[in-house]
Design a protein around this ligand. Structure first.
Ligand SMILES: Nc1ncnc2c1ncn2[C@@H]1O[C@H](COP(=O)(O)OP(=O)(O)OP(=O)(O)O)[C@@H](O)[C@H]1O
Ligand SMILES: O=c1ccn([C@@H]2O[C@H](COP(=O)(O)O)[C@@H](O)[C@H]2O)c(=O)[nH]1
Length: 233
């Protein structure tokens, strides 16, 4: 089992695959998945993307750096929304970020993160890496290392790592176990290469699983075989 876990959630977990914005049923399901992990007793950190709101690459009429800042603000919106629904359902959480000092957001302080976990709070990291030209996969890898996670779970729209994108290639084959090096060399785009590289450097296992499979996150935290796992050689 894993006691301290960083969960990277796709922005689309807020609205359902291929949709935009927020959908009540999807958010209820999300709260259920995270509550299961919290009730199990694991320390949970979350990085959420912003694909349900905005991705920088969608705006080609303004400079990338500016479009990406808009994208990072999208992750702040999702983090606050998540905190709101957690609060409504009795799940204690705190939003931390270096890019926003709104009344419900705290700065990131390493010492405080341990205190939040000790007090049973879910820690939601908002604002990506704080830098344009990256994505929340890279932010998830950085925050996972910073919070001392034992595993990074990428909860996404596919049930693992394949030899090519399974959404585009129906005959793609699942790879249940692979190394960071293999993921990078084969250019497997389920996650950013930067994220693979950071996790590889700090020997942090990555589990890629299907968020829409009920209970998959909990099973992975318990140490059951779910999705695909990326490990050192
Ligand atoms: N080799 C591969 N194995 C598995 N999935 C792959 C592979 N190559 C590409 N993909 C695609 O990567 C997607 C997951 O990454 P993507 O960045 O689109 O989503 P996300 O990070 O979960 O969402 P968000 O952008 O909201 O953070 C999958 O839905 C899948 O279609
Ligand atoms: O470190 C970061 C993280 C994100 N961005 C921008 O935000 C959007 C949304 O993040 P996703 O991971 O794609 O869900 C992303 O497309 C970037 O535009 C960033 O600039 N830096």
């Amino acid at each position: 089992m894993y006691r301290r876990v960083l969960i990277k959630l796709s922005g689309e977990t807020m609205c359902g695959e291929g949709s935009r914005g927020f959908d009540e049923k999807s958010v209820q399901y999300l709260v259920k998945q995270i509550s299961q992990a919290v009730d199990f007793g694991a320390n949970i950190g979350i990085v959420i993307g912003a694909g349900n709101i905005f991705r920088g690459e969608e705006l080609s009429n303004i400079p990338y750096a500016i479009a990406d800042q808009i994208g990072m603000l999208g992750t702040v919106i999702n983090a606050l929304y998540l905190k709101g629904v957690f609060q409504k359902h009795g799940v204690k959480s705190v939003v931390v970020s270096q890019i926003s000092n709104l009344p419900s957001i705290r700065p990131i302080h390493y010492d405080d993160i341990n205190l939040y976990f000790d007090a049973g709070y879910v820690v939601i990291f908002a604002g990506g890496t704080s830098n344009p030209f990256f994505t929340t996969d890279t932010a998830a890898a950085l925050r996972a290392v910073e919070m001392g996670a034992e595993v990074l779970i990428k909860a996404t729209k596919v049930d693992g790592v394949y030899d090519s994108d399974p959404k585009k290639n129906k005959s793609a084959k699942k790879i249940e176990r692979l190394s960071y090096q293999e993921a990078i060399q084969r250019g497997l785009k389920v996650m950013d290469m930067e994220a693979f590289s950071i996790c590889g450097r700090y020997k942090l296992p990555i589990i890629v699983l299907n968020f829409f499979e009920d209970g998959a996150i909990l099973r992975a935290i318990r140490g059951e075989n779910v999705g695909s796992i990326i490990l050192p050689d």
